[in-house]
Design a protein around this ligand. Structure first.
Ligand SMILES: NC(=O)c1ccc[n+]([C@@H]2O[C@H](COP(=O)([O-])OP(=O)(O)OC[C@H]3O[C@@H](n4cnc5c(N)ncnc54)[C@H](OP(=O)(O)O)[C@@H]3O)[C@@H](O)[C@H]2O)c1
Length: 300
């Protein structure tokens, strides 16, 4: 049967949204809600940051309580979850009852679970989120947000939240969005660890970083193509490899560390990797691939 063109998704009905926290990210979120036609109320600890949003049509709230009272959907984007706790500390007991709190502040799974329990005890519905974008990407097709927690509240507000970017539900355990988020950021920081070490190494011979990046980016992109195979081995528990064994990596790794030292580059980022390779071989996994290291890293 020929595929029928799907009709565009209906525009979400305007839903009042309050955004608490107007740093770089919170301002981008509030602006996206405004551009999509939602009535937006904004609060920020330093009131001056409300100015640009008010100029775009947002209503300023003098206090967090006023902001929470203004909308059924309350989005929080503060620096830390301690800040979110402080904001909740300052609210009267019943202020958040009946509201949906969507907390897009970066935090830990434990913090998300504790905030969910606290919000639920106050009669609110709690959804935690992890933003996979920088502020400039918000509302573009490249942005998406991970969500977990109260699924009914998430479904009620999903079309409104979708103006920020793609929506990705991770489960009813409120800690899951933070876990997925931290996992993705772990991959990113691991990648940047390699990038800064490689650029430090070549800079010691005055090789231009931009010139070298022309080699580094396609190389790293090609290596990322091996991730699904590593993941398959992790899931199957079958770690033997015919690509590159831990024994080969262990034999080569001293060359990295001694070259860093010889070139005057710190080894602090890479010594732990050598230690893990050594342990893997000592424990009898010389013939296995990188996937074995996943098991060696898990402590519980
Ligand atoms: N920027 C990014 O690329 C990005 C990407 C993904 C996720 N995130 C996450 O989004 C969150 C906000 O990041 P951001 O880039 O917007 O940071 P930011 O520009 O530094 O803004 C921090 C916000 O937190 C508020 N804040 C700090 N301490 C507070 C306190 N004790 N009480 C109340 N409010 C307080 C600040 O208020 P003042 O204006 O009064 O200081 C400001 O509104 C963070 O959790 C971050 O990890 C950011």
């Amino acid at each position: 049967m020929p595929a029928r063109p799907s009709s565009p998704a209906p525009a979400p009905a305007p839903t009042p949204v309050s955004v608490l926290g107007l740093g770089m990210m919170g301002s981008a979120l509030a602006s996206a809600f405004l551009r999509a036609g939602h009535p937006v109320t904004v609060w920020n600890r330093s009131p001056a940051k409300t100015g640009p949003l008010v100029a775009q049509g947002a209503l300023p709230a003098a206090t967090p309580a006023d902001a929470v009272a203004a909308s059924p959907l309350v989005v929080l984007c503060l620096l830390t979850n301690d800040n979110v706790d402080e904001v909740l500390d300052g609210l009267d007991g019943g202020a958040v009852a009946g509201k949906t709190l969507v907390n897009l502040t970066n935090g830990t799974p434990e913090q998300a679970r504790a905030l969910s329990a606290r919000a639920t005890a106050l009669g609110a519905r709690y959804v935690d989120g992890g933003i996979m974008a920088v502020p400039q990407m918000i509302a573009s097709p490249a942005a998406y947000v991970l969500y977990s927690g109260d699924e009914e509240a998430y479904e009620t507000h999903r079309s409104t939240l979708a103006v920020l970017g793609g929506t990705r539900w991770t489960g009813t355990d409120p800690g899951l969005a933070a876990l997925y988020d931290l996992g993705l950021l772990t991959g990113m920081y691991g990648m940047f660890t390699g990038v800064v070490q490689a650029l430090a190494l070549v800079r010691t011979e005055n090789i231009g970083a931009e010139e070298y990046a022309e080699l580094l980016v396609p190389w790293m992109t090609a290596m990322l193509g091996g991730v699904p195979e590593i993941a398959r081995a992790v899931d199957s528990g079958s770690h033997l490899t015919d690509v590159s064994s831990l024994a080969v990596s262990q034999a080569a790794f001293p060359n990295f560390l001694s070259t860093f030292r010889a070139q005057g580059v710190s080894t602090e980022l890479f010594e732990p990797f050598q230690a893990l390779l050594d342990r893997a071989v000592e424990e009898g996994y010389a013939g296995d691939g990188a996937s074995r290291m996943v098991e060696l890293l898990i402590k519980r």
